[in-house]
Structures are given as C-alpha cells and as structure tokens.
Design a binder for this molecule. Structure first.
Ligand code: SF4
Length: 415
C-alpha cells in the first residue's frame, strides 16, 4: 500500500470534525448564542461550564495558510496598515475579520461578544486581541500566566487558579449564566483521554522506520486547537487515530519505507508547505519524526510524557498544564525536552525552523543549536520559514539546506 492510503478513517473523521466546527459555530451565532474568541492556550474546558460558542482565531489562520489563502488574507491587513513584521496569524485573522470573512474558506469566524487572550505565549497576541476590544467595542479578558524558566512553582499554579476564578465570575456576569463545574470536570476527562490517545499515536515515531511523520501530527492536532477540546468527539478522534496507526504498524505500512534519515523539527508547522515538504523529504528517504510543536500537547513544560488528570480539582489540573506549549519555556526546559526526544527517537539531525512570525519560539534557537551539537554531536540546520505566510518562504533555499543536512549525516556515518 502506498503512503497516500494511510490514515483513511482518521482523515475522514478530521474533515467531518473541522467542517462541523466552522459551520456549527456560524449557525449557533446566527441563532443568537454568545460568542467568545479565545487564544489557543486559554483552557476551553472552563468555557464548557457555560453555554457559549467558542472560536479560535489562530486555528482559523493556520487553516487559511494550509488552504493557500494565508498570504492574501494577510495582505488585507497590511493594506489597513498592519506591518508585515507582525505574526502572520494575527495578520490573517485581522485581514479576515475586517473583511467580514471574505476570502476565508470558512467565511471567517462568527463575530465575537468577547475575546480572551493569555500572556504566556507572546505580548503580540494580547495586543492583537485588544484590537477587537477597540474595534468591536467588546470586552477583552487577559489571562495572566507566568512564563516558566523552571518547572511551574506552586505559587504560580495558585496564581493561575485565581485568574480562572476571575474569568469564571466575569463570564457569569456578562453572559448571565451560572457556571457548572461538573461540566468542566467532564471536559477535563475528555481532554485527558484525548491526550493519552495522542501520546499513543506519537509513540509510533520511535519505530524504525518511523510509523508517522511530523506532517501527520501537524494535520491531526487541528481539532485539539478548536472548541472540540474537552469533548467526547475529540477523544473519539484521537482514539481512532491511535488505533489506526497500530493497524498500519501491524501491516508494516510506514510513511517512508526506505527511511535512512531521522530528523526532528523545532517550531510551528509550515502550514503552506505540508504536502510539498513531506513529498520531497520522502524522495530523500528522510522522515521528520517529531516536532516540539506537537509533542508538547498533553504534557507539562519540559516533559515528553502525558500529564494525566488525577480526578481532583479540574481547575488545578488546567492550571498545571497552562505552560504546555513551547513558547513559555526557558532555555533549559527547551533543551531538556529536545534532548530526550533526540535520545528516544534516535534522531540523526535537527531542523531548526527560524520562524519570521513567531519570535518567542525562534529567539533561542541558535543557543539550542549549539547545545545540541555540543551534547549530541549531530548535524543541525537553521532554515527560514514563516508558519502561515508563504511569501516569506523560499523552497529552493530550504531544500538546499535540507540536502546539505543529509550529506552531513552521511559524511558522519562514513567517517
Ligand atoms: S507570535 Fe507566536 S506565540 Fe505569538 S501569536 Fe504568533 S504564533 Fe502565537
């Protein structure tokens, strides 16, 4: 069986989920439901304690980029005066929102009654969401989550739980609804189950040849960063995905049958290049087995294994996982988890994707690169990518560097 026939059931499930997410949100908003736009990291599970529609602008921007309209939507924002140096997620989202959804595959997102951002990814995100507060004259709630240069401290966890309490009281006030903690607990159980299946799926990167590529992980993380997090639909999808990869393993179906080189990707997915990059890498017998961007899902900062819900206070669990995404980590945590990945997956080389948009993700990559070379003695490259703006990507340059990386791995084997 060819690589194109992999994950047939999971792809069907993914398409159904994502289509439903975008169309249902529009329909519910038209029916008069309260709509909140949230940043990816904001714990959507807390919002399940209310009856509100939740939409995620970053997910919409990534979807626009993957469907080939990221640059044109970003240009709309640039024509309004937003600098091309701003994160492309922000430009795509602003360009779409101020054109009432025109040009977007999903007709954008339903107009919000509230936006909720967080501080632990980047300051740009807070300013981006604040534009909607100003332009749409709606409230903007900012969750203040501390960075973690070391594993989260108990005082920080308590501080975050306090913020959750403020958010809940604020939502009760503006929606007129009563908060239901039992629904949050149920949502946390679904997230926890989905995370465990996700980790089961990711574990197939350790096989030789790898059972998955990073592109599989980029594609199938999509529902995690929507309002499906905290729902049985998400855990069912992740179970299907993990079961399907096990089925593929039993039948010896792998993405790169003649795999010779095992690589690691550092940074956000190059959404506009998924198919082109995966095809060319397969031709080079190279698998990018894993990415920090997708392996962090379901963990706490600096860890690779799933952080399981113990059945206690769901708000405490959600506070503990608030720094799961890579941006808020300090250098030591970034290196720790990267080193563990290199060892577990027997990685031959690392691709550092210097992301023109996401400065917090890219800032410490040169130091990381040096540390990887010093400790593991494996080759690395730094390529220029913008995760959602294809105008800031040069395929020839990137593949020249990827081929050079492979040559360096080969030379090391011959030596
Ligand atoms: S700069 Fe990075 S962390 Fe900030 S919004 Fe863009 S992608 Fe997210």
């Amino acid at each position: 069986m060819t690589a194109q026939k992999r994950f047939v059931k999971s792809k069907e499930s993914l398409t159904a989920l994502m289509t439903r997410y975008y169309s249902e949100n529009h329909a519910l908003a038209i029916a008069g439901k309260f709509v909140a736009w949230i940043a990816i990291i904001v714990p959507v599970e807390i919002l399940k304690g209310f009856d509100i529609v939740v939409a995620v602008p970053e997910n919409h921007a990534a979807m626009c980029a993957a469907r080939g309209v990221g640059a044109s939507q970003a240009e709309r924002a640039e024509r309004l005066g937003y600098s091309m140096d701003l994160c492309s997620y922000a430009r795509i989202d602003l360009g779409t929102a101020f054109a009432n959804g025109e040009g977007s595959p999903s007709m954008g997102l339903p107009r919000p009654n509230l936006v909720i951002s967080n501080t632990n990814n980047c300051s740009l995100l807070v300013k981006w969401f604040d534009i909607y507060r100003r332009e749409f004259a709606i409230p903007h709630f900012v969750l203040d989550v501390p960075f973690c240069y070391e594993p989260q401290r108990e005082t920080d966890r308590e501080y975050i739980i306090d913020q959750f309490g403020d958010l809940i009281r604020f939502l009760e006030k503006i929606t007129g609804q009563s908060f239901d903690i039992e629904k949050v607990e149920e949502a946390v159980r679904h997230t926890d189950e989905a995370n465990a299946h996700w980790k089961r799926f990711l574990s197939h990167a350790a096989r030789h040849p790898s059972g998955i590529t990073v592109f599989d992980t980029f594609i199938h993380m999509a529902p995690f960063i929507t309002s499906f997090r905290g729902t049985p639909e998400l855990s069912r999808h992740m179970k299907l995905l993990a079961d399907e990869v096990e089925e593929l393993a039993e039948n010896n179906i792998v993405p790169v049958p003649g795999e010779k080189y095992r690589l690691l990707w550092d940074n956000i997915a190059p959404w506009h290049q998924l198919r082109a990059m995966s095809t060319r890498l397969r031709d080079l017998s190279a698998t990018i087995c894993s990415a920090s961007y997708t392996s962090c899902v379901g963990t706490v900062e600096g860890e690779l294994d799933c952080y399981r819900y113990d059945g206690g206070d769901p708000l405490s669990y959600l506070a503990r996982i608030q720094n799961f995404s890579v941006c808020p980590y300090g250098m030591d945590l970034r290196f720790k988890v990267m080193g563990e990945t290199i060892e577990r997956l027997k990685i031959d080389g690392v691709v550092f994707s210097s992301n023109r948009s996401c400065k917090p993700y890219s800032l410490m990559q040169m130091d990381l690169e040096r540390s990887v070379k010093e400790k593991y003695g494996i080759p690395t490259i730094m390529i220029d990518v913008d995760h959602a703006d294809s105008r800031k990507y040069n395929e020839s340059n990137v593949f020249l560097k990827l081929e050079a990386l492979i040559e360096e791995i080969e030379a090391g084997r011959r030596a």
